[in-house]
Design a protein around this ligand. Structure first.
Ligand SMILES: Cc1cc2nc3c(=O)[nH]c(=O)nc-3n(C[C@H](O)[C@H](O)[C@H](O)COP(=O)(O)O)c2cc1C
Length: 184
């Protein structure tokens, strides 16, 4: 039978999207990175992503000041770095330099891409109406960069408390998606 599981730990079950790095560049020109697990797709076109970024994060100020960020999607070999980036603050350090990551100029936003990540999504805030209540920002994706030469493509998914699952076998049920052909 089922056992009870604490309601406040819902994130351990539902937070299965890939962990991402949020790259920002403040008006002072300083680039920064934070780790983020709370995000969700909200719309196909234009592509909107809801992200939870709290005022406790140094990144919050740069995001609010500039309205821009990059969502960089790491693969499994960066897992330890990703956790460490989420356990220190850009207030006191240059995380790109400290973690040996390479900042690459983006095209549509001032925040840099992360060279070592498989995908980078340039984003601009589309709606911050819910930010004071839920720390929720709705981002519109402006441009996406994919590193097709990267051999490691397994993404990591935070299951809470520093535990992650790693992408495994894929099953292709594309042919059964008869109702949604226009979205593919
Ligand atoms: C696995 C993991 C997931 C996290 N997810 C979020 C998140 O979704 N939203 C958030 O505001 N902070 C999240 N954090 C916390 C920030 O990454 C952390 O506060 C970080 O130190 C912020 O860096 P900054 O102060 O340089 O911006 C997460 C941290 C870890 C380790």
């Amino acid at each position: 039978m089922f056992d009870h599981f604490p309601a406040e730990k819902a994130h351990r079950i539902l937070e299965s999207g890939p962990i991402v790095l949020v790259s920002t560049r403040g008006v002072d020109g300083q680039a920064n990175l934070m780790t983020m697990g709370f995000h969700m797709m909200m719309q196909h076109e234009p592509a909107l992503v809801g992200v939870i970024i709290g005022p406790w994060d140094h990144s919050h100020r740069a995001l609010v000041e500039t309205g821009e960020c990059v969502l960089a999607v790491p693969t499994v070999e960066l897992a330890e770095t990703v956790v460490d980036i989420g356990n220190c603050s850009g207030d006191t350090m240059d995380k790109f330099q400290h973690f040996g990551l390479t900042a690459v100029a983006a095209e549509t936003v001032g925040a840099p891409l992360v060279r070592e990540c498989w995908a980078n999504l340039e984003c601009r805030i589309s709606d911050s109406e819910w930010s004071s209540r839920y720390n929720l920002f709705v981002l519109e994706v402006q441009r996406i960069w994919i590193d097709n030469e990267k051999e490691e493509k397994r993404l990591i998914h935070h299951q809470g408390d520093g535990r992650f699952s790693v992408d495994g076998e894929q099953i292709d049920l594309h042919q059964r998606m008869v109702k949604w052909r226009y979205l593919m």
